[in-house]
Design a protein around this ligand. Structure first.
Ligand code: 13P
Ligand code: ZN
Length: 271
């Protein structure tokens, strides 16, 4: 089968297009990666050709031999639908977990500059979900970014505010969200810190920059990003009207909700 006929490539392109339509991908902002299953990669093997090995700059032995579909560095999400082969590609990780090679696409390009963060996150999530987690998504979500200028950069504060601003939030991300202070993007350091947070959360906020989301498939991961960003948008609206909420979803309401929906909220984030 041709890569562009496969369900995983169609799902990837569709999600990139949805993210672009949300306004989260100005210029080349944001990036997406998908860990391709053995069955999926076998079904497209006639369409693969292997380039030279290149350094990843981080070590991900837990991903040895794995294949990923990734967005290209400097490429624009708005162009992915029209030309996936130029703006995205497929890479394989070597047996040491220190090198990758391009097997399809990424014409005149290389994988996203956030490849270290994506792969370190995949390695952690693959381990703790026993292989279930396949998608890592980075987006420049406007309202979350705005909030990182006014709220304390603490996991507990962001989690509580986001849970409180929309009833579905505690159900969608009961583990909460992690927050990192501003750091230089595109490198090993921010990748390692993000992966540390991914041990506890499926969502990590990069202050003054955006968010990383992890999930088992495209719908779940996009839905997670969308839900958190929508909640952030409601908080921005409320704070723009008044510094004080007149009424809200209380912590006891959150506890009742968690009971009804059979989700376990992190008790340390409730008052
Ligand atoms: P890339 O174009 O290299 O993916 O970088 C975009 C980005 O959002 C960096 O954080
Ligand atoms: Zn970014």
């Amino acid at each position: 089968m041709k890569i562009l006929e496969s369900d995983f490539a169609k799902g990837f392109i569709n999600m990139a297009n949805d993210g672009n339509n949300m306004g989260w991908h100005e210029r080349n902002g944001g990036n997406l990666s998908y860990r391709i299953s053995g069955e999926e990669i076998r079904s497209v093997k006639e369409d693969l050709s292997y380039g030279p090995w290149r350094d990843i700059t981080v070590s991900v032995p837990g991903l040895a031999g794995e294949y990923f579909m990734v967005t290209g560095s400097g490429r624009y999400f708005r162009n992915i639908l029209a030309d996936p082969e130029k703006n995205t590609g497929i890479i394989q990780i070597d047996e040491t977990g220190e090198k990758y090679r391009i097997c399809w696409g990424l014409k005149e390009s290389v994988p996203t500059s956030e490849l270290p963060a994506h792969l370190l996150n995949h390695e952690v999530k693959k381990e703790i979900t026993r292989g279930n987690c396949r998608v890592i998504y980075h987006a420049h979500t406007t309202n979350i970014i705005a909030l990182t200028f006014v709220l304390p950069l603490e996991d507990a504060v962001f989690t509580h505010e986001l849970w409180e601003m929309a009833t579905e939030c505690p159900v969608v991300f009961p583990d909460g969200v992690g927050v990192l202070p501003w750091m230089v993007p595109g490198g090993r350091e921010i990748g390692l810190k993000t992966a540390e947070k991914m041990r506890e959360y499926d969502l990590v906020i990069w202050a003054h920059h955006g968010m990383f989301a992890a999930g088992c498939d495209f719908d779940t991961t996009f839905g997670l990003m969308h839900t958190a960003e929508k909640s952030a948008g409601i908080l921005v609206k409320v704070l723009s009207m008044t510094p004080r909420k007149r009424q809200t979803i209380t912590d006891d309401d959150l506890r009742r909700l968690s009971k009804e929906f059979h989700v376990k909220l992190r008790e340390e984030f409730l008052n």
